[in-house]
Ligand binder design. Structure first.
Ligand code: KDG
Ligand code: MG
Length: 396
C-alpha cells in the first residue's frame, strides 16, 4: 500500500478546523486533525507546501518511520505549527492502520484498560450564583466533574467566561492578579456549600500567575479538594513549579501548550505535576501521546488530554481511544460541539452519565464529509489577548 494523495481541508462549521485526509492506492484513507486555533493557515501551508510532497508514495503502515522522518529527517523541527501538522498526518496513518486491521484504535494501542473514560466540561458565570446554576444544569446531564471559571470583578472580560471564540481581530481582556486571587478561593468555598462534596471541581489558571501567587492560590484552595488546578504557571521555566509544589497538597495539571515529550520530562522526573494535559493535535499525534502517557506512568502521573471545542471531533476521538487504552488515565476534557459540526463530522465521542466511550468502528471511528466541509469556508480569527490595567501584556 502506498500514499497516493493527501488533502488538507480548512472548514469552519462554527469554528475553524484543519482536516487532513491521507489517501492510498488501495482505496483506504485515513483522517486526522491539524487544527491550531488562530494559526490554522500556517499549519495548512506547512502541510501543503512542505510536508505533503514528501509523503506521496510512502508506505502508510510505517507510522514511526514517517513520524521520525518529518520530525528529525527534515532538520527543522518542533513548535506548535509543525507539531500540529505532524499530528494531522500521524492520526490519519493510525486511522488507516485500524481500517486495514478492521480494529478500533484502542485495540491497536493494546486494548481497553477501562470501559469508559471519566470526563469534565467547562462551566462559567458572571457571578457565583450563575456559576452554580450552570453547574446544576450539567450535573443534571450526568457530569461528575466540572471545570469552573467566573468573571473577575472590575476586569473587562475574563478567560473562560467571555466568548473565547475566534474574533476577526483579538478582543482585549483586562486582568489583575489581586482581584483574581481574592475571588477564586471564595468561589470554591461557595460551590462546596452549594453543590456538596461529591462533584469533582477543576479550575484553569491559564498560565496567568507568578510562582508565589500560584502557591498562595493553591494553599487557599486546599480545603475544597480540587480534582486539579490547571496551568498555574507559564510553560517556559519548568523549575518554577518547585515553588508551588513545596508544602502544597493540591493536584497540578499542565501541558496544553507543550509541543513534544521533551517538555514533559523535567516536570515528570521531579514529580512537579500530577496530570499531563498535552493536546494530541499539538504534540505530533497519537504516536507522541502514547509515549508521553508511558513516560508519565513511571511517575504515577495520569493523563488528562486537552479537549476544548477548538480542536475537531477527530482529535477528541483519538483522545478517548487513548483514554480507554492507557493504564494511567486520569480524566478527559470534553465539550459540546456546535450544530454545524454535526453536518461535517460523522462521529463524536459517546457521552453517557459523565463518561465517554467510542464506537467499535475500525480506526478512529470518525470521518468527515468533504462536500459539507467545503460549504463552511474558513473565517480568519484570533484568540483574545489580555492586558493589565496599566496596559502591559498579560498571559491570556
Ligand atoms: O485555543 C485555546 C484553548 O484551547 C484553551 O484556552 C482551552 O485552556 C483551555 C482548556 O483547558 O481547555
Ligand atoms: Mg487549559
Amino acid at each position: 500500500m502506498k500514499i497516493s494523495n493527501i488533502k488538507v481541508i480548512i472548514t469552519c462549521p462554527g469554528r475553524n478546523y484543519v482536516l487532513v485526509k491521507v489517501e492510498t492506492d488501495e482505496g483506504i484513507y485515513g483522517v486526522g486533525d491539524a487544527t491550531l486555533n488562530g494559526r490554522e493557515l500556517a499549519v495548512a501551508k506547512a502541510l501543503e507546501e512542505h510536508i505533503v510532497p514528501l509523503l506521496i508514495g510512502k508506505d502508510p503502515d510505517q507510522i514511526e518511520d514517517i513520524w521520525q522522518y518529518i520530525f528529525r529527517g527534515t532538520y527543522w523541527r518542533g513548535g506548535p505549527v509543525l507539531m500540529t501538522a505532524l499530528a494531522g498526518i500521524d492520526m490519519a496513518l493510525w486511522d488507516i492502520k485500524g481500517k486495514r486491521a478492521g480494529l478500533p484504535l484502542y485495540s491497536l494501542l493494546g486494548g481497553k484498560s477501562r470501559n469508559k473514560a471519566l470526563c469534565y466540561t467547562h462551566i462559567a458565570g458572571k457571578d457565583f450564583a450563575e456559576v452554580r446554576d450552570n453547574a446544576l444544569k450539567y450535573i443534571e446531564k450526568g457530569y461528575k466533574a466540572l471545570r469552573i471559571q467566573v468573571a473577575i470583578p472590575g476586569c473587562k472580560g475574563t478567560y473562560g467566561v467571555s466568548e473565547d471564540n475566534a474574533n476577526s481581530l483579538p478582543f482585549v481582556e483586562e486582568w489583575e492578579p489581586g482581584p483574581y486571587l481574592r475571588t477564586i478561593p471564595k468561589l470554591f468555598e461557595y460551590l462546596r456549600v452549594e453543590l456538596g462534596d461529591e462533584l469533582e471541581l477543576l479550575h484553569d489558571v491559564h498560565e496567568r500567575l507568578a510562582p508565589i501567587e500560584a502557591k498562595i492560590l493553591a494553599k487557599q484552595l486546599e480545603p475544597y479538594r480540587l480534582f486539579f488546578l490547571e496551568d498555574p504557571l507559564r510553560p517556559e521555566h519548568k523549575d518554577s513549579f518547585r515553588v508551588l509544589r513545596q508544602d502544597c497538597a493540591i493536584p497540578i495539571a499542565m501541558g496544553e501548550l507543550f509541543s513534544s515529550k521533551w517538555e514533559c520530562v523535567s516536570l515528570f522526573e521531579n514529580q512537579l505535576i500530577d496530570f499531563i494535559r498535552c493536546d494530541i493535535s499539538h504534540i505530533g499525534g497519537i504516536s507522541e501521546a502514547k509515549k508521553i502517557a508511558n513516560l508519565a506512568e513511571i511517575y504515577y502521573i495520569r493523563t488528562a488530554w486537552h479537549g476544548p471545542s477548538d480542536i475537531s471531533p477527530i482529535a477528541h476521538m483519538a483522545s478517548v481511544h487513548l483514554d480507554l487504552a492507557v493504564t494511567n488515565f486520569g480524566i478527559q476534557e470534553t465539550c459540546e460541539f456546535l450544530p454545524e459540526a454535526y453536518e461535517v463530522f460523522t462521529d463524536f465521542p459517546i457521552f453517557e452519565d459523565g463518561y465517554l466511550t467510542v464506537s467499535e468502528k475500525p480506526g478512529l471511528g470518525c470521518d468527515f464529509n468533504e462536500k459539507t466541509a467545503k460549504a463552511f469556508p474558513y473565517k480568519r480569527g484570533y484568540l483574545p489577548v489580555a492586558r493589565r490595567k496599566d496596559g502591559s501584556v498579560q498571559d491570556w
